[in-house]
Design a protein around this ligand. Structure first.
Ligand SMILES: [Zn+2]
Length: 227
């Protein structure tokens, strides 16, 4: 009996292939099934390594082939990208990737992760307004309640401590006009709606007024920058 080096089982000598060195005949260290497996993975790893080396030595042909394939299969690529951006993970990758490159360009600290964003997208609520977020487009364009990364302190970095996920419409308004202007608008609109509601006694309008009148979290920052 001989123990195979790979599977550790003791097997009859006939379970091993043999080879000759001069006068002597030796048994292989691996039983027949194990040596088949070993040869196969050895070959596979060698092929992989040589393909990788060929790519690294001259990446341009492979890149050109990938560009060409994308050009020739544009519909396929577009459908893939669209489907990806409708999943929390795909959208989080897009958001984090964009924030990372902007942070790098501006030399800002950055510690956001895809997992951190995914968790908030799955929760599905704008952390500024409380409105529900959506990953779907609207009329073929970005939805006003698409998620976006909002820096709470615009002079601070792209960090988990300083960022929240806000709906796009809130982020754009805050970016352009700041918190004070936003609060002024929201409060004025809520007052208008509730006075119209008490005049008209319309149940739909009252429901709208109740929704809009939700108080905003106090925030003293005026100048905001979207990242
Ligand atoms: Zn074996």
């Amino acid at each position: 009996m001989k123990t195979c080096k790979m599977c550790g089982q003791a097997k009859e000598p006939s379970a091993y292939s043999s080879y000759r060195r001069g006068e002597k005949t030796y048994l292989s260290s691996y039983c027949r099934p194990c040596s088949v497996e070993r040869n196969r993975t050895y070959y596979r790893d060698r092929v992989r390594a040589s393909r990788l080396k060929r790519y690294k030595d001259n990446p341009e042909p492979a890149r050109q082939a990938a560009y060409r394939w994308k050009r020739e299969n544009r519909d396929h690529v577009n459908a893939y990208v669209k489907a990806k951006y409708r999943t929390p993970k795909g959208r989080a990758q897009e958001l984090v990737g964009g924030a990372r490159s902007r942070a790098r360009k501006r030399g800002l600290p950055f510690d956001l992760t895809v997992e951190w964003v995914v968790e908030k997208l799955v929760a599905g609520m704008c952390e500024y307004s409380g409105l529900p977020l959506t990953l779907e487009p609207k009329d073929g364009r970005r939805h006003p309640r698409s998620p976006s990364i909002d820096r709470i302190d615009p002079s601070g970095g792209c960090t988990k401590a300083n960022c929240r996920i806000a709906c796009l419409q809130a982020n754009i308004a805050l970016l352009n006009f700041g918190q004070a202007s936003m609060d002024e608008l929201v409060e004025a609109r809520a007052r208008t709606i509730s006075s119209q509601a008490s005049k008209e006694e319309g149940s739909t309008t009252r429901a709208r007024a109740r929704r809009v009148k939700r108080p905003e979290a106090p925030d003293t920052l005026n100048k905001r920058v979207m990242i």
